[in-house]
Write a protein that binds this ligand. Structure first.
Ligand SMILES: Cc1cc2nc3c(=O)[nH]c(=O)nc-3n(C[C@H](O)[C@H](O)[C@H](O)COP(=O)(O)OP(=O)(O)OC[C@H]3O[C@@H](n4cnc5c(N)ncnc54)[C@H](O)[C@@H]3O)c2cc1C
Ligand SMILES: NC(=O)c1ccc[n+]([C@@H]2O[C@H](COP(=O)([O-])OP(=O)(O)OC[C@H]3O[C@@H](n4cnc5c(N)ncnc54)[C@H](O)[C@@H]3O)[C@@H](O)[C@H]2O)c1
Length: 474
């Protein structure tokens, strides 16, 4: 397409999880949409994030299958890794999802897709390559990038990030990982299970955002797998070593490995946007927005990682729905952060929606009730020898205000509670659900039932009422 001035209803900058959802929704509802993407269609999740990481974890599950198989009376030979085959599996997983995010599909939906970087010229005009686009509304969906800490020597060694990890030409002998957040720990366990030695160096506390008791379940499992986890360890220097990398720690120790993965958090992708020309303010987390995701320029919205409220594909999708209501119909929808779940796909998994126990105690004090349901009471978990972990349910006045789950399939189990919180269901409605037997989801029902147990079984009123009715029945 030759360069020219364009007018559109909606301009979306960034074709990742957030931008694609906005563009698809708006185009299908009849708006004129222009979508800019300077890199790969599908953004981080498809190409460098969720999809390759979950494909790698799935391969690691296979590699780990022989461990403990004897407890089922099955003896399996130790796994051998065909690295080229594993990489092909990762590429294939991406390739099978790619068509949904492709330029062709979006053009088929009526979206004008331009493979250029966007840069503001004025509050409602954006330059994209040779094009100048004036839009009634603009959505920033530019995502985030790896945050590289300013460690002495780091720039002198060949380190990996989530953008380069998938190009490794061999399984690392000893993978050093900087950062014990979701990226660091998911990758730590997966590479360990594939056969690498793995050392994680975390400056503070691993999985610090999570309930400490729940995080401990996961961290114990990682240590059990043989991951070396060094917490509260600042790195003072990074240096190259024959055939690898060495980290000097604040206590003087040195840890050496064959490869280094930097997973120390994210920064919003704002470079080159010239936001000041459009009156769009930013903070350390990203674009400053109100609860409707509107920036300080009322025509411009932000969704996904760049909005600075968390970094999840489903959050970007949720944001997209809110912004679509605003830009297409002028409806004032607001973000409800309390209904957005998160899950970390270690084995066991760790999932959360709403408040953690500490947050709920702070908000509700003695009016809070906390129900704890260990997985070892669940028949399906027992039969599958997956009894490690627990569910914690935080209840205020008969309604769930937060749920934490550490255990097998926690990411699946949290779905019910995400619905309960978003629909403001009462615990009684979850307790009234009939769950198929034997399933892990019975854990959800049982937790809700446990909330009622003392009210039903230890209540003198209930006992008296039962006796009275029994006397009156024929
Ligand atoms: C290793 C890893 C694993 C993850 N696993 C999960 C997971 O299991 N579950 C989960 O929910 N989330 C996961 N995430 C997070 C998830 O990938 C992000 O939250 C999600 O991709 C955010 O979507 P987005 O649309 O905001 O940004 P992105 O997907 O990053 O898309 C932004 C797009 O904007 C483009 N862009 C940037 N600037 C410009 C510009 N000026 N002009 C034009 N285009 C531009 C970029 O090229 C990019 O394609 C993971 C992330 C990583 C790194
Ligand atoms: N399953 C999922 O949904 C999933 C998976 C992976 C990533 N993500 C998203 O991506 C985001 C980024 O993940 P992340 O793990 O990179 O970031 P993070 O911010 O969650 O964790 C980074 C960790 O690195 C530590 N750190 C920072 N500087 C350090 C240093 N110099 N030395 C040692 N440790 C240091 C921090 O203390 C922190 O614990 C997550 O917050 C999450 O939202 C989601």
């Amino acid at each position: 397409m030759t360069g020219h001035r364009m007018e559109t209803d909606l301009l979306v900058i960034g074709a990742g999880s957030g931008g694609l959802s906005v563009a698809a929704g708006a185009a299908q509802m009849g708006a004129r949409v222009v979508l800019l993407e300077r890199g790969l269609m599908g953004g981080d999740c498809l190409n460098f994030g969720c999809v390759p990481s979950k494909a790698l974890i799935a391969a690691a599950d296979r590699a780990h299958a022989p461990v403990g198989a004897d407890m089922f009376g099955v003896i399996l030979p130790p796994a051998r890794i065909d690295w080229a085959g594993l990489r092909a599996h990762i590429r294939d997983s991406i390739a099978r999802i790619e068509p949904m995010d492709s330029q062709e599909r979006f053009e088929g939906l009526g979206v004008t897709v331009l493979r250029h970087s966007g840069r503001f010229l004025s509050p409602d005009e954006v330059q994209a390559g040779p094009h100048v686009i004036r839009a009634r509304r603009i959505v920033l969906a530019t995502g985030s990038k790896p945050l590289i800490p300013p460690l002495p020597g780091l720039e002198t060694v060949p380190y990996l990030t989530n953008e380069t990890l998938w190009d490794l030409d061999r399984l690392p002998e000893h993978l050093l990982i900087l950062g014990g957040g979701p990226i660091g720990l998911e990758m730590a366990q997966a590479f360990r299970r594939l056969g690498s030695r793995v050392t994680v160096v975390e400056a503070k506390r691993a999985l610090a955002r999570e309930d400490g008791e729940m995080a401990a379940v996961v961290l114990d499992a990682l240590r059990g797998d043989g991951v070396t986890l060094l917490e509260g360890q600042a790195v003072t220097e990074v240096s190259a070593q024959d055939d690898g990398v060495a980290l000097r720690l604040a206590d003087g120790r040195q840890v050496a490995g064959s490869h280094l993965l930097v997973a120390t958090g994210r920064r919003p992708a704002l470079e080159g946007l010239d936001l000041d020309r459009a009156g769009i303010e930013t903070g350390p987390q990203g674009i400053r927005t109100d609860a409707r995701l509107r920036s300080t320029n009322r025509r411009v919205y932000a969704v996904g990682d760049v909005a600075g409220q968390g970094q999840f594909t489903h959050l970007a999708g949720y944001h997209a729905g809110i912004v679509l209501r605003a830009v297409l119909f002028g409806l004032p929808a607001r973000v409800r952060p309390d209904i957005v779940p998160r899950a970390t796909y270690t084995r066991p998994e760790l999932a959360q929606v709403g408040l953690t126990e500490a947050q709920a105690r702070l908000r509700y004090g003695t009016a809070l009730e906390v129900i704890r349901e260990p997985l070892h009471h669940n028949d399906r978990a027992i039969a599958g020898r997956q009894t490690t972990g627990l569910l914690k349910l935080m209840v205020h006045r008969g309604r769930p205000v937060g749920v934490s789950i550490a255990g097998a399939q926690a990411g699946e189990l949290i779905g019910l509670w995400a619905l309960a919180l978003s629909a403001r269901l009462k615990i009684g409605q979850v307790a009234g659900m009939v769950a198929p037997y034997p399933t892990l989801t019975e854990l959800n029902k049982r937790a809700a039932g446990t909330y009622f147990a003392p009210r039903l079984f230890q209540s003198r009123v209930v006992k008296s009422a039962t006796r009275l009715v029994q006397r009156m029945l024929p």
